[in-house]
Ligand binder design. Sequence first.
Ligand SMILES: [Zn+2]
Length: 316
Amino acid sequence: MPSWSKLLLAALALVLGLAAPAVAQEGKRIAISFDDAPRHPGGFMTPDQRTAALIAGLAEAGVEQAGFFVTTGNLDTEFGKGGEDRIRAYVAAGHVIGNHSHSHTWLSRNSAADYIADLDRAEAWLAGKPGKRPWYRFPYLDEGRDLGRRDALRAALAQRGLMNAYVTIDDYDWAIDDLARKAVEAKRPIDRNALRDLYVETIVGTADFYDAMARENLGRQPAHVLLLHETDIAGLFIADLIKGLRAAGWTIVTMDEAYRDPIAQTEPDTLYLGGGRVAALANIAGKNPQSLVYERTNEAVLEKLFEERVIVRGDR
Ligand SMILES: [Zn+2]
C-alpha cells in the first residue's frame, strides 16, 4: 500500500475517532435496582405474576440491565416459594443479581461478626449463580452508626472482593406499595391511574432532587443508582416509571455502567450514610442532613397524598 494512502487512512481513522459519539459522561444517567427479592406480595398479584410483569415492563421500556438484590432468607418463607426460579428468570432476561444479606437486619443493631456471618450466608447461596455480581447492598442502607462497625464492614467487604452496592437515589417506593396493599386488603376503592401517577411523580421527583444535590455539591453528575424494591407497584408501573424518567431527561444506563462511575471508588468518610452516596458526599461538603432528604421520602407525606389522590371517595 502506498504510503500516502496509509496516511490518508490514518487521517480518516483520526477524524472518525474524533467524530464517533463519546459515551455520555454527564447528563442525567440512572441505573435501576430492586431490593429484597424475593419480596413479600403486595395487593395486586402473586410473586410469579409480579416477576413476569417486571420482566415484561423492563423489556417494553428498553431497560437492558437492572439489578436485583437478593435477601436469601426470604427464600425460606411461604411467599419465597419459587423465588429461586424467579431470580433465575430475571437473569435470563439480562438482569444481574447481588447480595442483600440473609436476614435483612440492621448493622447498627448487631455485632459486626454476626452481621458478617449473615452476609456470608447469603454470599454462599449466590456463589456461582449466573448473573451474580460482587455487590453487597446494605439493608435499610444501614452502614453502621459508629466507626467501629462501619469500618469493620468496609474491611470485610474488601476482603471478600465485594463492593458496597450503594444507591444515590433513596426513596420510599415501599411505603406507596404498602399503602396500596392495605387499601386493597381493606377493600377501599382505589384509582389505579392516580396510584401510577403518584408513584411515577414521586420517584422522578426524588431522582431530580438528588441530581441537583450532586451538581451543587460534587460539581458533576454521577451515573445515579435508583433504589426500588421488588414491589407490586413496580410490577404494575415500571414501564410508566421509565417513560416518566425519560420524559424528565434521564437516560437509563446499566448497573454495570453506573458502578464504573468514579464515586464507586471511594467510601465517604462520614457516618451520614443512610441517604445514599450523593447525600453522604454532600454531607462531607458541609450540608446539613435535614436538607438532604426529599419531602416525599416520608411516610406521613406519602400517606396524605395517597389518601387525597388515590382513594376514591363516595362524595366526589
Ligand atoms: Zn431491603
